[in-house]
Design a protein around this ligand. Structure first.
Ligand SMILES: C[C@](O)(CO)[C@H](O)COP(=O)(O)OP(=O)(O)OC[C@H]1O[C@@H](n2ccc(N)nc2=O)[C@H](O)[C@@H]1O
Ligand SMILES: Nc1ncnc2c1ncn2[C@@H]1O[C@H](COP(=O)(O)OP(=O)(O)OP(=O)(O)O)[C@@H](O)[C@H]1O
Length: 304
C-alpha cells in the first residue's frame, strides 16, 4: 500500500495587524507569516477498509473529527468520493494551542498527503481553497514560506525576498489561549500601535535582522498580555539574552525571539527554560525550502 512521510511546520507572525471586522465577527488582518523549521512528523498510508484511523504520540490529543488532520482526510474523502481508507500518524512536536498553527499545519499536510496518496492531481490553489473551509491559518500552511496574509487569512501574497536566515527561540507559557476569545477581546478601532508591514518587508530585503527585530509587532498582544502578563516578561528576558527583538506569535501565548547566532539562541533557550521553569522552549530557525517545491522527492523519501 502506498505511504508517505510529511513534515508539518510551525509558523510565526512577524507582524500581525487587524484592519477591520466582518459582519460574521471574523477580523480582517494583515500579517507577515513565516515558516520555521520546527515540525510535526506526519505518516500517511492508504488502507483498504473505508475508515480514517488517526494516532498520535500525545494521548490526550483527539483522534476523531475534533482533530483538524482527521477533518482534512474526511473532507477529501467526501469531496472526491474516495472509498478506500487512510491511516494517519502524527508525531506531535509543535506545542499545542500555542499560536504556532500546529493543528493547521497538520491539517495542511494531510490535504497535501491525500492529494498525493490518491493521485487527485489538485493544484496548490485548489488545496488552499479546500484548506480555507477548515480554518483561517490553513491556506497559509499549505503555501508556507514568507507570505503576507490578508482578508481573514485567505489572501496570500508571497514576499519576493526571502526572510534572512536567523535563529528563533519559541517559549510557551503553560496556559491555553483561545483564538476566538482573543479576537473577541480586541477593540480593533482603538488600536494605536499598528505594525509597519512595508517596513518589515524592506528590512527583510536588506537582510537587516536588527531592524526586523525593532519592527516586530502584533496587535493581539493588547488582549493576551493583560490576560497573561508573563508574556511581557518573556519578551523582555529574550531581548536581555541577546534577541534582536521578541514578539507574541498569533493569539499567543508563545513568545518568539529572533537571534543572529545559533549558539546564542540555544543558550537563551536553556536560560529561559530554567528561569521561567518552562517545559516548552525550542530553539529553531527560519525555514527555507531547499527544493523550492513542496513535496519534492529527496533521497527517495517524500518530505515537505
Ligand atoms: C491569530 C492567527 O493565528 C494569525 O495567524 C489567525 O488569525 C487565527 O487563525 P485560526 O486559528 O486558523 O483561526 P480559526 O480557527 O479560523 O478561527 C478561530 C476563531 O478566531 C476568530 N478569528 C479567526 C480569524 C480571523 N481572521 N478573525 C477572527 O476573528 C473567530 O472568532 C474564529 O471563530
Ligand atoms: N492536529 C492537531 N494538533 C494540535 N491541536 C489540534 C489538532 N487538531 C485539533 N486541535 C485542537 O486545536 C486547538 C488549537 O490547537 P493548535 O495547536 O492548532 O493552536 P494554535 O497553535 O494556537 O493555532 P493558531 O496559531 O492557528 O491559532 C487545540 O485545542 C487542539 O485540541
Amino acid at each position: 500500500m502506498k505511504d508517505i512521510r510529511l513534515r508539518a511546520r510551525a509558523k510565526i507572525n512577524l507582524t500581525l495587524d487587524v484592519t477591520g471586522k466582518r459582519e460574521d465577527g471574523y477580523h480582517l488582518i494583515q500579517s507577515i507569516m513565516q515558516t520555521v523549521s520546527l515540525y510535526d512528523g506526519i505518516y500517511m498510508k492508504r488502507i483498504q477498509k473505508d475508515e480514517i484511523i488517526l494516532k498520535s504520540n500525545l494521548s490526550w490529543l483527539p483522534t476523531d473529527n475534533r482533530n483538524l488532520a482527521y477533518r482534512a482526510a474526511e473532507l477529501m474523502k467526501a469531496k472526491y468520493g474516495i472509498t478506500e481508507g487512510v491511516f494517519i500518524e502524527i508525531d506531535k512536536r509543535i506545542p499545542v494551542a500555542a499560536g504556532l498553527a500546529g493543528g493547521s499545519a497538520d491539517c495542511a499536510a494531510v490535504l497535501v498527503g491525500m492529494n498525493r496518496l490518491f493521485d487527485l492531481g489538485l493544484s496548490m490553489k485548489e488545496l488552499e481553497s479546500l484548506a480555507f473551509l477548515l480554518g483561517s491559518d490553513i491556506p497559509y500552511c499549505v503555501q508556507r514560506g514568507t507570505v503576507v496574509s490578508e482578508g481573514v487569512g485567505e489572501i496570500l501574497t508571497p514576499v519576493k525576498c526571502q526572510c534572512p536566515m536567523c535563529y528563533v527561540v519559541l517559549a510557551k507559557l503553560p496556559v491555553s489561549v483561545s483564538t476566538a476569545t482573543v479576537y473577541r477581546g480586541l477593540d480593533w478601532q482603538s488600536v494605536q500601535d499598528h505594525p509597519d508591514t512595508k517596513g518589515m518587508i524592506q528590512a527583510m530585503a536588506e537582510a537587516d535582522i536588527t531592524k526586523m527585530g525593532r519592527l516586530l509587532g502584533n496587535v493581539l498582544e493588547t488582549v493576551t498580555i493583560p490576560m497573561h502578563p508573563q508574556i511581557a516578561q518573556l519578551k523582555e528576558e529574550l531581548v536581555h539574552l541577546g534577541a534582536e527583538g521578541a514578539l507574541m506569535s498569533g493569539s499567543g501565548p508563545t513568545v518568539f525571539g529572533l537571534f543572529k547566532e545559533e549558539e546564542n539562541a540555544k543558550k537563551a533557550a536553556s536560560a529561559i527554560r530554567k528561569k521561567f521553569g518552562l517545559k516548552e522552549v525550542v530553539a529553531t530557525k527560519i525555514y527555507h525550502s531547499d527544493s523550492g517545491k513542496r513535496g519534492e522527492q529527496r533521497n527517495g523519501r517524500n518530505k515537505i
